[in-house]
Design a protein around this ligand. Structure first.
Ligand code: NAD
Length: 470
């Protein structure tokens, strides 16, 4: 067809999965077209996800650190918050990073196309600007969208998803956060630090369900001081418009007021794969019952020229996992021996304190009936944590009892998201706890908590005494 453009590789979606794949493919010499409905590359992560939320979380931490400065003999007084300035700061970061990505597309001769695409068949996508692209291979990296349960549907600007919450249109006096997961706790922390009275409602018996409870505990304790209320085992039954806010019907044993009104509501109850409306029914690609694209170990779908990576290809919905999968798919397309075989997918909740973990968790080990040895090092025994005034943290190792190989690492504490890098390396390289204990760590740093935890596992840590196991 005359108006059909030929492309060796088409990548649908320019988030971390898509642009990571496009850049590697171009570096390997492929002719690549990267398509996104957004004006610039970056996807959800850069434009309305990881980056803006982390910029806001940094702002929030500045506020709470200044508030806690009395502990160090300092008093800065209450902060004056310029909401426009707060918003402008993250928007500047996003603008810079997305322009940089466009620059990287140009340098690598990746053609970035700002359009919406649908599969016309197993070898062609149709763009909404009228063009058609025929491809040899296509990587679907279209990400995910917030889940909107019908019970929580209310068409009102006061009811926000994470994208709307990041816009910070106003600072509500009261905010209800529905969902005590990643987004609920991160954005709840931001709004609470800025001055909103935040109530969190979580359906299950714990915040961050699935995360080891000993890691959640120090965060939960601190959040109790920052949030107005945290209701666990509680359901939001209905939302309705009220004169100055949103009236909410709550169901839960601990709830005192069953029909409170909030100025704003943030719904953060999970995300679903963005696989609808892509024309996948015109291909041989199969989806599971949740709309996740079915893929094999190389991220090839059931249609041999179509691959899928990132959130659209399933949990965990994390940017770094998407990037990794994108690279595996490109290597496979290039005919290289590649497979997604990761032992240590790191996860970080960027609250204050942060929670980070990788590899096998204690919860998973228990579920699988797998025998593991677990050791915790309390940050109360860390000199560095004491100088920071943040001794509430904990570092935890999960080790194979037979071989001493580190299977998983969990950390709750300030900077846990940075510290987990060492855990990732240990798990991926199959380091033993003895290796961690025998690697000299700089003093005084929080990294020592990993070393001392490993020492403790072998019976003797310098700064923490534990009577010998009988
Ligand atoms: P989530 O799965 O982390 O948390 C959703 C929470 O809502 C769960 O605790 C769940 O039990 C609860 N819930 C579900 N229905 C509910 C209801 N009706 N009432 C009350 N609670 C309810 O999902 P999220 O926070 O929306 O985040 C979506 C995804 O985005 C995450 O799975 C994560 O992969 C990704 N994310 C990652 C980061 C990060 O890496 N730091 C940050 C934000 C989001």
């Amino acid at each position: 067809m005359a108006d059909t453009i030929e492309s060796e590789l088409v990548v649908l979606g320019a988030g971390p999965g898509g642009y990571g794949a496009a850049f590697l493919a171009a570096d390997k010499g492929m002719k690549v077209t990267l398509i996104d409905a957004g004006e610039k590359p970056g996807g959800t992560c850069l434009h309305v996800g990881c980056i803006p939320s982390k910029a806001l979380l940094h702002t929030a931490k500045l506020i709470t650190d200044v508030r806690d400065a009395a502990h160090f003999g300092l008093d800065f007084g209450p902060p004056k918050i310029d909401l426009g300035g707060v918003r402008g700061q993250w928007q500047k970061v996003v603008a810079t990073l997305s322009t940089n990505l466009l620059g990287l597309c140009k340098s690598r001769k990746v053609e970035f196309v700002h359009a919406r695409a649908r599969f016309a068949d197993s070898r062609t996508v149709q763009l909404d600007d009228g063009r058609r692209l025929a491809f040899r291979n296509c990587i679907v990296a279209t990400g995910s969208l917030p889940v909107k349960p019908p019970a929580l549907a209310l068409d009102s600007p006061r009811v926000m998803d994470s994208t709307a919450a990041l816009r910070l249109e106003e600072l509500p006096a009261s905010l209800l956060v529905v969902g005590g997961g990643y987004i609920g706790l991160e954005l709840g922390y931001v709004y609470a630090a800025l001055g909103s009275k935040v109530t969190v409602v979580e359906l299950t018996p714990s915040l961050l369900p699935g995360v080891d409870s000993d890691l959640v505990q120090p965060l939960q304790k601190r959040l109790k001081g920052l949030f107005h209320k945290i209701y666990l085992n509680t359901k939001v039954v209905r939302l309705s418009a009220a004169a100055n806010g949103v009236k909410v019907v709550l169901e839960g044993e601990e709830v005192e007021d069953r029909e409170p009104t909030f100025e704003r509501v943030l719904i953060a109850v999970g995300r679903r794969p963005n696989s609808r409306d892509l024309g996948l029914e015109n291909t041989k690609v199969q989806l599971d019952e949740k709309g996740v694209v079915k893929v094999d170990g190389q991220r090839r779908t059931t249609d041999e020229a179509i691959w899928a990576v990132g959130d659209v290809a399933g949990e965990p919905m994390l940017a770094h996992k998407a990037t990794y999968e994108g690279k595996v798919a490109v290597e496979a397309i290039a005919g290289e021996p590649a497979v997604y075989d990761v032992r240590a997918v790191p996860a970080v909740v960027f609250t204050d304190p942060e929670i980070a973990w990788c590899g096998v968790t204690q919860t998973e080990a228990k579920k699988q009936g797998r025998e593991v040895k677990v050791e915790r090092f309390p940050w109360a025994a860390s000199g560095r944590a004491a100088t920071l005034g943040r001794t509430e943290g904990v570092t935890k190792l999960i080790v194979d009892p037979e071989t001493d190989v580190v299977l998983g690492v969990g950390i709750c504490g300030v900077g846990a998201g940075e510290l987990i890098g060492e855990g990732v390396l240990a798990v991926e390289m199959a380091a033993s706890a003895r290796d961690l204990a025998m690697s000299m760590h700089p003093h005084p740093t929080l990294t020592e908590t990993l070393m001392e935890d490993a020492e403790l596992l072998h019976g003797s840590a310098t700064h923490y005494y534990k009577p010998p196991r009988k």
